[in-house]
Design a protein around this ligand. Structure first.
Ligand SMILES: *[C@@H]1O[C@H](CO)[C@@H](O)[C@H](O)[C@H]1NC(C)=O
Ligand SMILES: *[C@@H]1O[C@H](CO)[C@@H](O)[C@H](O)[C@H]1NC(C)=O
Length: 372
């Protein structure tokens, strides 16, 4: 890049930053329109839902909705006819959307933030469900219903069903997920990359409830493509938990090269709803580390993954990103794209023999939390 060109780029970026416009270095699709949400009235709207309502139905161009720092007390729904929305908060801790929904069996309706459209991306924003009944019950912070949806550096906070990863192909990178019971559940076809999973019963006393469940994956048929793959994640917590309990007959969950603290119970997996089909549910742990990664006392039931299936699932390009939708979304910087891309390239040579050497999570934890 020549010198004057650099100056112009620098100035442009700098000036745009001042008026809170998008960064210039998008490498995926371009943003056609920017909407600013600001609680104090200095944006186009004060409420996030108002901004979403202003997007034209069956929109075909990427629209960026910037949500300035603040706690937004509202329930938000992105309907199926509002695709191509890119949602950007100020940071994972400073832009928070929260609501209180729960208390019955209409799980999906309680969600604080629901995405029914496809082609959605969010970054730097936290979603919370603050519902606190007398007993723990379903209260999702987020419901992800559409296809081709990615979350970067986002927070999901709740107790039960926090992240309802319901349906479609999804990618979560550098996210923070908090909960206690089935707090990552659904029929989603998803990769969680470098996420922090915090097992906590919040205001409830875990000594009454016993161990919680991180996942409850719902793959129903052998032909279905869904499943949850956790790569380079970190499991920490205040309470104990199973890595998961199968929710349907062909439930499929993998933890790959993740750090498991001693909050993970030695049995690892709970029978959950799998009684009678323990031979068809799949759970696997590959090269995980930390005190919770010792597999010597793990349950003996469950189907082992064939090498082909494992490599297929671990590679984002074969499992979720067949049509390169991840790179084609508007991502914040070239750097981000390069990072994701290099992660995709890394040759996955899964080894069935898990290493249990205990490397502290602190380094990677702070790295994930610090990164933009
Ligand atoms: C996990 O949640 C607890 C609250 O129960 C909190 O004290 C702790 O800091 C959280 N851990 C991380 C890594 O955020
Ligand atoms: C996201 O937040 C981080 C601070 O946590 C910031 O450095 C980064 O620029 C933000 N990214 C965008 C695209 O706003």
């Amino acid at each position: 890049m020549s010198f004057p060109c650099f100056i112009i780029l620098y100035l442009t970026t700098f000036m745009l930053h001042l008026v809170y416009m998008p960064l210039t270095m998008y490498v995926g699709e371009v943003i056609s329109h920017v909407i600013v949400v600001d609680q104090s009235g200095y944006g186009h709207f004060r409420k996030l839902q108002e901004a979403i309502d202003s997007v034209p139905p069956n929109n075909r161009e990427w629209i960026e909705i910037q949500v300035r720092a603040g706690v937004y007390r509202e329930k938000v729904i992105i309907p199926v006819n509002k695709p191509y929305i890119s949602l950007v908060g100020a940071s994972i801790s400073n832009t928070v959307v929260q609501w209180w929904g729960g208390g019955g069996s209409d799980t999906l309706e309680y969600s604080t933030f629901s995405v029914f459209s496809s082609n959605f991306v969010a970054r730097n924003i936290t979603f919370k469900n603050l519902f606190r009944g007398a007993v723990i019950s379903q209260a999702p912070a987020v419901l992800v219903y559409g296809d081709k949806i990615a979350f970067y550096k986002c927070g999901f906070i709740g107790v039960q069903d926090t992240l309802t990863d319901f349906m479609g192909r999804h990618f979560f990178e550098g996210c923070y997920i908090e909960g206690y019971i089935d707090f990552i559940w659904g029929y989603g076809q998803s990769i969680y990359h470098g996420c922090i999973i915090n097992v906590t019963s919040g205001p409830y006393d875990d000594r009454i409830y016993g161990a919680g469940y991180i996942t409850a994956q719902g793959r129903i048929n052998m032909e279905d493509n869904d499943g949850f793959v956790f790569k380079y994640c970190i499991v920490v917590g205040k309470s104990y938990a199973y890595l998961g309990r199968p929710y349907q007959t062909y439930s499929r969950v993998i933890f790959y090269k993740s750090y498991l603290s001693n909050n993970v119970v030695p049995q690892g997996w709970n029978l959950g709803f799998a009684l009678g089909h323990v031979g068809s549910v799949t759970h696997d742990e590959i090269e995980c580390t930390g005190p919770g990664a010792d597999t010597s006392q793990r349950v003996k039931w469950g189907r082992s993954l064939a090498y082909n299936e494992l490599t297929y699932l671990l590679n984002p390009n074969t499992f979720i990103n067949q049509d390169n939708w991840i790179q084609n979304q508007p991502l914040p910087t070239k750097e981000r794209w390069t990072t994701s891309n290099s992660l995709f390239r890394s040759s996955q040579q899964p080894q069935k023999d898990p290493g249990n050497q205990c490397r502290g999570p602190i380094h990677s934890l702070s790295r994930i939390l610090e990164q933009g």
